[in-house]
Design a protein around this ligand. Structure first.
Ligand code: PAF
Length: 303
């Protein structure tokens, strides 16, 4: 596993790989890698000959300086984790410094209107503009055949899908299901900042999503429509525990992620998305109700 830190070097390496006939998969990350990231890398390695993994804590997507400075960084650990994937996933790491990607304050913005304004966009103003900007920059620098994103960051995934379509970026996007701990908690680099007690409290998030899934399944089995308010309430009750401060709990459509107000039909599909503060950390999670494999994965883990 090798590391490059400059755009010129990365482009030269990718050009050599392409000249040798290789296809390129790309996994953008902010480091502090966990099994969820490694699942993205494994898929990229299955689908492409060579994989570029970027490790860059993107200042443009942080709305608070204290959040940016507290974001976990562990480049040595990340490289060990990637090396541990072995020959099946040969990886080229792109780990630029901030002034390599942003030699001047960017005057250009990448804004996906509508999709980026609510849910996490409402709580973290400018966050998705920063994500859009860095994703477009990284896709232009790496110029991969395919790029892999996680479904845990569902809003980010939809935004990237939309900007790739709107800007005709020549890349195939692949999405990987959320990877969960054995108790259902979604893997996140931010989990490292939870105390043991907070980590235990964090189980409320997947349990709340599980309660929504079970309510939807009962209605589906009975062939009945389920009011969205009932679906939401099933999840909300579980989140009503000490130590969890809910930021949002929303039932939204799977593509535009706009609020769904009408009832859920027995064959309907919606995303239940949650963000909550547990101790110093803001956690997010979601489930696609009506997508049976996604429901199963959640219920298997969250019980
Ligand atoms: O999901 C992340 O880690 C980041 O938002 C991304 C896509 C690497 C952009 O900085």
């Amino acid at each position: 596993m090798e590391r490059v830190t400059t755009i010129a070097e990365l482009r030269a390496r990718v050009a050599r790989l392409r000249a040798a006939g290789a296809t390129i998969g790309f996994v953008p990350t902010m480091g502090a890698l966990h099994e969820g990231h490694l699942a993205l890398v494994r898929l990229a390695a299955e689908q492409a000959d060579e994989v570029v993994v970027s490790i860059f804590v993107n200042p443009a997507q942080f709305d608070r300086a204290d959040d940016l400075s507290a974001y976990p960084r562990d480049l040595a650990g990340d490289e060990r984790a990637l090396a541990g994937l072995g020959a099946a996933a040969p990886v080229l790491v792109f780990a630029p410094e901030a002034d390599e990607l942003y030699p001047r304050p960017p005057a250009t913005s990448v804004r996906v209107a509508g999709l980026g304004d609510h849910l996490c966009g409402a709580s973290r103003p400018g966050h998705f503009d920063g994500v859009g900007l860095v994703v477009v920059k990284l896709l232009n620098i790496v110029a991969p055949d395919l790029a892999v994103f996680g479904r845990k960051d569902r809003q980010q995934l939809q935004i990237v899908r939309r900007l790739v379509a709107d800007l005709d970026l020549p890349v195939e996007l692949l999405a990987v299901p959320t990877v969960r701990e054995s108790d259902g908690v979604a893997l996140s680099s931010r989990n490292r900042r939870l105390s043991a007690e907070e980590r235990s409290t964090a189980r409320a998030l997947p349990q709340a999503l599980g309660a929504a899934v079970l309510a939807a399944r009962r209605a589906r089995t009975a062939g009945e429509e389920l009011p969205t308010a009932t679906l939401r309430e099933a999840a909300r009750e579980v989140l009503d525990v000490p130590g969890v401060e809910v930021d949002y709990l929303e039932v939204v459509d799977p593509d535009g992620l706009q609020p769904v107000t009408g009832p859920l039909a027995p064959d309907g599909v919606v995303v239940v998305a949650v963000a909550a503060h547990v101790g110093p950390v803001r956690l997010i999670d979601n489930v696609e109700v009506g997508d049976v494999p996604d429901e199963e994965r959640l219920l298997d883990a969250a019980g």
